[in-house]
Design a protein around this ligand. Structure first.
Ligand SMILES: Nc1ncnc2c1ncn2[C@@H]1O[C@H](COP(=O)(O)OP(=O)(O)OP(=O)(O)O)[C@@H](O)[C@H]1O
Ligand code: SF4
Ligand SMILES: [Mg+2]
Length: 370
């Protein structure tokens, strides 16, 4: 990875998934065979230098999308193209060469991916060994370079994971992800287990790295304020499917899908919020037609019989709804509070510190448009 690779988002496609599905068998035989449709026909694209936020309620399939894209799971259906190569069925050395080296994951809890008995220098060297990169001296130099890049002292290489704070451990998680020179990082709730001030530092570090190296991010989070702030585009997921993909600002000011309207309304005063009906159904028995119909405030007959496809509704915007844009935000309320108020899906006020504005990408982030 070199700084001259760090051009701004260029529209140069890094990843394209089409009709991606991941179903988990849940026992039974023949007609009583049960299947959990964790991901069911997801199509998305991410370009160099771009952050695509992926949001949705707990259990909507976000992590499964991430793990299937990076091919920790074999897709049940659909295709994954990475840097122009179809990696859907790749395995072994070919998968390592074509994808694993250039795609990396950053997890919510870095401790679980770090061996407590391994010095951090060895943990960082491991991916280089797996991919056969460099000799011993070059690997040592690369580890030192990565520690420096993520703002840690090179002496950290001699220490063990339990000697670090949560924020330092996440910096190690990021260094480990970056060490093989990836073009795409899948970050699954990377700040969820951190204190708010440390969260902001980690988000700003990810921003800086994106600006410097043109990294593409799939950023999975529950935190609507955060996703609005950091994403160029946001994909909204519900029960294994994408409901809407839109530029971050548009999603929160003019949502087209009723579920997006529900999410966007969480940024408004309590009396202006749109409350969906009931609970999220089981992915083992999703509703017929539109999966959101049992909770949708404007559902009607057609919604039960016809599954809406994700279709382009405007340039750069796709929505899966028979009646897009019909459920509107209360505009007075939307205008009354332009700043995100830090509400997550759990409706828990967050005290996120203001994050530094960033300016990467062809699609401006919501924070820049205000
Ligand atoms: N390995 C697995 N085997 C069986 N079911 C699974 C597996 N992994 C996930 N699931 C199920 O798939 C669905 C989607 O799970 P997933 O972890 O992708 O959701 P998520 O959106 O990441 O949720 P959260 O926000 O809580 O992390 C859930 O119903 C989950 O129980
Ligand atoms: S298709 Fe029907 S049920 Fe589904 S979101 Fe649109 S209006 Fe609601
Ligand atoms: Mg998850």
């Amino acid at each position: 990875m070199t700084a001259d690779q760090g051009a701004q988002a260029s529209g140069e496609l890094v990843l394209r998934a089409h009709g991606l599905a991941k179903h988990f068998p849940m026992g039974g035989f023949g007609r009583s065979r049960k299947v959990l449709r964790a991901v069911d026909g997801v199509s998305l694209e991410i370009s160099r230098g771009e952050t695509l936020g992926l949001v949705g309620e707990s259990g909507s399939g976000k992590t499964t999308v991430g793990r299937t894209l990076i091919r920790l799971y074999q897709p049940t259906a659909g295709t994954v193209e990475f840097e122009g190569r179809d990696i859907t069925r790749s395995s072994g050395a070919r998968l390592r060469r074509d994808a694993r080296r250039r795609m990396a994951m950053v997890f919510q809890n870095p401790s679980t991916s770090l061996n407590p008995y391994m010095r951090l220098g060895d943990a960082l060297t491991e991916p280089l060994v797996v991919h056969g990169i460099g000799d011993a001296a070059q690997r040592r130099a690369r580890v030192a370079e990565m520690l420096d890049l993520v703002g840690l002292d090179t002496s950290m290489a001699q220490r063990y994971p339990q000697e670090l704070s949560g924020g330092q451990r996440q910096r190690i998680g990021i260094a480990r992800a970056l060490i093989t020179d990836p073009s795409l990082i899948i970050a699954d709730e990377p700040t969820a287990s951190l204190d708010v001030s440390v969260q902001a530092q980690i988000v700003n570090l990810l921003d800086d790295l994106q600006q410097e190296f043109g990294l593409a991010y799939l950023f999975i989070t529950h935190d609507l304020s955060l996703v609005r702030h950091i994403s160029h585009r946001i994909a909204v997921m519900y029960l294994g499917r994408l409901m809407e993909v839109a530029p971050a600002h548009s999603l929160f000011t003019e949502p087209l899908h009723p579920y997006s309207a529900v999410l966007a309304s969480m940024h408004q005063d309590r009396e202006h919020r749109i409350v969906p009906n009931g609970e999220i159904p089981s992915p083992m028995a999703p509703p017929s037609g539109c999966v959101f119909r049992t909770r949708c405030p404007i559902a009607r007959e057609r919604c039960a019989s016809e599954t809406p496809a994700l279709r382009e509704a405007a340039p750069g915007r796709s929505v899966a709804c028979h009646f897009p844009g019909e459920l509107k935000l209360d505009q007075t309320a939307a205008g009354a509070r332009p700043e995100p108020v830090g509400l997550s899906f759990a409706d828990t006020p967050s005290t996120n510190e203001p994050l530094r504005p960033v300016s990467v990408g062809s699609t401006p982030r919501a924070s820049e448009e205000r």
